[in-house]
Design a protein around this ligand. Structure first.
Ligand code: CDP
Length: 219
């Protein structure tokens, strides 16, 4: 296959990052994490005291960061520790920022540019198979019960009270699934995988089989 785009969507902590990184390793694909861009925008808005409700200011912040990172393969390179981007305030703000249509257009454009720069990639997000790459050759939608996802998030990030993490997962599910622009829904042609009772290694095996059956080869 000359060019490959694998879209992986689903709610928070369904196993997207772990499985995308595994696919990236196995098939030699570039990994693109679209959520990081929304998180950077939320983090910067908070740092600069911009209200996430103030759409014009959030959009011009986005334009400024795009301008700074022109011709780079990553948005706003450097300076963002994982704990900064995954803090509780960012988790809350990101849902508001991600509702802004003009912002989503810009992030979609960025992700498409990054994907075009590498022939083969796996792209993780919420709207990759539906909006960003509706013609992707392979689409996955991962899901799991909120309780299992909250447990996984705590295990991964090593912190937070279970009730708080579960509340955040449920709140973000609601926000992402109910927003007007690019809501989180499975693409019609996505391969659905419920990871509630499957160890992520088995989820990866299943995804690898699908990729191989669709002609993606191991280099
Ligand atoms: O890692 P986790 O699944 O918790 O979240 P993420 O992928 O880092 O995304 C954080 C937030 O960004 C999501 O809750 C969405 O509100 C937003 N997002 C989005 O709207 N569209 C995307 N393609 C990716 C993320």
């Amino acid at each position: 296959m000359d060019s490959v785009v694998i879209a992986v969507d689903g709610p928070a902590a369904a196993g997207k990052t772990t499985t995308c990184l595994a696919l990236s390793e196995i098939f030699g694909l570039q990994y693109i994490e679209s959520g990081r861009t929304y998180r950077i925008l939320a983090f910067e808005a908070l740092r600069r005291g911009i209200s996430p409700e103030d759409r014009p200011s959030v959009i011009s912040l986005c334009d400024e960061l795009i301008e700074q990172s022109r011709a780079r393969s990553q948005f706003a390179v450097g300076g963002y520790a994982p704990q900064d981007l995954r803090s509780a305030p960012v988790n809350v703000t990101v849902s508001t920022v991600a509702r802004i249509a003009e912002l989503r257009v810009r992030v979609t454009e960025l992700v498409r540019t990054w994907a075009a720069a590498c022939a083969k990639c796996v792209v993780e997000g919420r709207d990759i198979g539906t909006v960003v790459f509706p013609a992707a050759s392979i689409k996955f939608y991962l899901t799991a019960t909120p309780e299992v996802r909250a447990g996984r998030r705590i295990a991964q990030e090593g912190g937070g009270a279970y009730e708080d993490v579960l509340r955040d997962v449920l709140r973000r599910d609601r926000a992402d699934m109910s927003r007007e622009v690019s809501p989180l829904v499975p693409a019609e042609d996505a391969v659905m995988i419920d990871t509630t009772e499957l160890p992520l290694a088995q989820v990866v095996d299943r995804m690898v089989s699908v990729c191989e059956s669709r002609g993606v080869t191991i280099p």
